[in-house]
Design a protein around this ligand. Structure first.
Ligand code: ASP
Length: 325
């Protein structure tokens, strides 16, 4: 095992839980990004030589439960990996095979898990506010892995880290969130995080998915992707959240792709150093064409790597927080 002095969590960090970015200051966000960069170096050294050890057991002996009530590929896997890299024991809770199906309440289920001396719960649920509710009812730490269409803080943090890596800054950049703003928790967390750090945010999509009311958050709204192509430094291409839509908000997916899909022709009209990111999963041919998703402007897989580092940082900082910090 590696012996190295990681010291205490950074001064200025006082949160026991990671519930969202809405009330987070620029300073707090930067503390997470900086910490994630340090963890990322540990993760990445495995790419260069074989005998390396990617584990730093800073949280050895602690236990993390992944409580996911919605499907997940990247978030669940990377929270598990992040916790294991930090030396934690990880339990994946399966809601469908639990006693929830026998009528046990959500809070009772969680209190029973906590009675097994669990230290942190990573929760994803379709109901907005679930992470907050949990944090008010248990002693352990809660990290929000997505609550309905409300917030997905670690997704926004990894998006912002990816942007900062490419441009060396976030302030002053213009970031367009394209697509299903109405149903996207990624959009909300990105707006709050990006605005806190001084980026200009444009929301772009059909009027059925992008309301002018968003302008109250200090963002611009555009109903035409073609009209903003040359103004934008980063396009974050959001998935159409079919599972949350009650009414189909556009006549056909073909029409959506025609008006809002990022393809080579649109990319050619964008800035030469434009960055393409997407939270995943991507629907190839709908929000983005395969050549763009896999092309030189895309940082979609860098985001996934950054996701492990961000989750290591947030786990470590929330669990080791010092009240006097
Ligand atoms: N994976 C992200 C989320 O859980 C984005 C998406 O599903 O489109 O919100």
């Amino acid at each position: 095992m590696e012996v190295c002095d990681w010291g205490d969590v950074p001064v200025g960090w006082r949160r026991r839980h990671l519930l969202g970015l809405e009330d987070m200051s620029a300073g707090e966000i930067e503390l997470i990004l900086d910490q994630a960069e340090r963890f990322r170096l540990i993760l990445m050294r495995g790419a260069s030589y074989e005998s390396c050890n990617r584990k730093i057991p800073l949280l050895s002996g602690k236990t993390c439960v992944n409580l996911f009530f919605e499907n997940s590929t990247r978030t669940k896997t990377s929270f598990s990996l992040a916790a294991r890299r930090l030396g934690m024991d990880v339990v994946d809770f399966s809601a469908s095979t639990s006693s929830l199906s026998k009528g046990e309440t959500f809070i009772d289920t969680v209190k029973n898990l906590e009675a097994m001396q669990v230290d942190v719960i990573v929760v994803r649920h379709s109901c907005p506010g679930t992470a907050m509710l949990l944090s008010e009812n248990i002693r352990g730490h809660v990290l929000n892995a997505g609550d309905g269409a409300h917030e997905h803080p670690t997704q926004a943090l990894l998006d912002i880290l990816t942007i900062r890596q490419r441009f060396g800054k976030v302030a002053g950049l213009t970031v367009a969130l394209v697509g299903d703003i109405a149903h996207s928790r990624t959009a909300r967390s990105n707006i709050w995080g990006l605005r806190a750090l001084g980026a200009n945010v444009i929301l772009c999509g059909p009027s059925t998915l992008v309301s002018r009311q968003w302008e109250a958050l200090g963002v611009k709204v555009s109903y035409s992707l073609d009209a903003i192509l040359d103004q934008v430094d980063v396009f974050n291409l959001l998935r159409i959240q079919f599972e949350r839509q009650v009414i189909r908000p556009f006549p056909s997916t073909r029409e959506y792709a025609h008006l809002y899909g990022m393809d080579a022709a649109r990319l050619a009209k964008a800035k030469t150093d434009v960055l393409i990111i997407a939270p995943g999963p991507i629907n190839r041919g709908l929000e983005v064409t395969p050549d763009v998703a896999d092309g030189q402007h895309s940082a979609i897989l860098d985001q996934v790597t950054n996701g492990v580092a961000i989750r290591m940082a947030t786990l470590w900082m929330c669990i080791n927080v010092k009240p006097e910090n």
